[in-house]
Design a protein around this ligand. Structure first.
Ligand code: AFP
Length: 306
């Protein structure tokens, strides 16, 4: 079954279907742009990080394409300082990390594009534009993973399904239906030992006691993707000097949190489900533990002791 046939079986509005398909089909131009965009840039993004040429290329490409569709009301990108306002009457708004895992571009390891879609606006009130929506308000989230295969993993609120791009037919075909995340015994942690807070050290002790092995690539989207197969945990915790960690709530943690939760997993900042956080600004960061539900429950129990 191809992506369009799958989406037509869901209650998704026609405009949402068109938007998902349109973004999905940007996978090919993005993939094709890697060879000529290998160098690092001197520019910095809204979080103060040096951008890779591919970050800038993918960001501009998706901005231009999404503006052109007429299907997007507001677009917030990890690479842009502010929300972009497109079509006032459009039914959906998009949050995106155009290229996640940019430090891996030069190594040819897997990176991806992360997309979250809200009905109407990114804000709870599209006129006042004061309060931003929570992750649990997303109506769809998906990512494109540029690995040995081009994979799309999607949830529109009815479980998680993966699709593989078949170049000969120019279509995404269903690969795995109703993916559920197993328990697993692997973890990957961002940050360094000297930066970790005591609660996180206790979590790592728990991983050691349970004989977890390490899997951490430097690409959040790729590491979450392997969680869907093997289970376990990805974490970028609060650090001593960075209490909110590194990952962006709107662009990274919420879309992946939505997908992993739909697959029967869970996501937490150590104390609460990050999908319930009301963001105070678009580039807000949050500590994150994401993956198998039982392990997340144990992690929250460990955090309650601190
Ligand atoms: P970007 O490539 O979008 O900047 O994201 C990179 C990232 O947020 C996430 O994908 C990685 O897991 C994490 O950073 C890696 O950070 P470290 O290099 O500090 O381990």
């Amino acid at each position: 079954m191809d992506l369009l046939s799958y989406l037509r079986q869901t209650p998704c509005h026609d405009e949402l279907i068109a938007l998902i398909l349109y973004i999905a089909h940007q996978a090919l131009p993005i993939r094709n742009a890697f060879p000529s965009n290998q160098m690092a840039k001197t520019t910095k993004n809204a979080s103060g990080e040096t951008q890779a040429a591919m970050d800038v290329w993918a960001d501009q490409h998706l901005i231009d394409e999404l503006r052109r569709t007429g299907l997007v009301k507001e677009l917030a990108s990890e690479e842009q300082d502010d929300v972009l306002f497109f079509e006032e009457d459009a039914l959906y708004s998009v949050v995106m990390d155009p290229l996640d895992g940019s430090s891996l571009i030069a190594t040819n390891l897997s990176v991806g594009t992360i997309i979250g879609i809200y009905a109407d606006s990114i804000y709870t009130d599209s006129v006042l534009r004061e309060e931003l929506k929570k992750g649990e308000d997303l109506v769809a989230a998906f990512y494109l993973l540029y690995g040995p295969m081009t994979t799309l993993v999607l949830s529109v609120g009815d479980g998680v399904h993966s699709f593989i791009y078949h170049e000969k037919v120019g279509e995404f075909q269903l690969f795995h239906e109703n993916i559920t995340i197993p328990d697993g015994t692997q973890y990957g942690s961002g940050g360094t030992r000297d930066e970790w807070i005591p609660a996180h050290m206790s979590v790592l002790e728990y991983f050691n006691e349970h004989h977890f092995k390490v899997r951490y690539s430097g690409s959040f989207v790729a590491d979450c993707h392997q969680l869907l197969t093997y289970g376990g945990i990805y974490t970028y915790p609060a650090l001593k000097k960075k209490p909110k960690g590194k990952l962006r709530l709107l662009f990274e943690v919420n879309p992946l949190g939505y997908i992993i939760t739909q697959a029967g997993g869970a996501v937490t900042d150590g104390y609460k489900d990050t999908l319930t956080i009301v963001p105070t600004e678009i580039h807000e960061k949050t500590p994150v533990y994401i993956g198998s539900k039982g392990i997340i429950q144990d992690i929250e129990r460990i955090y309650r002791e601190f």
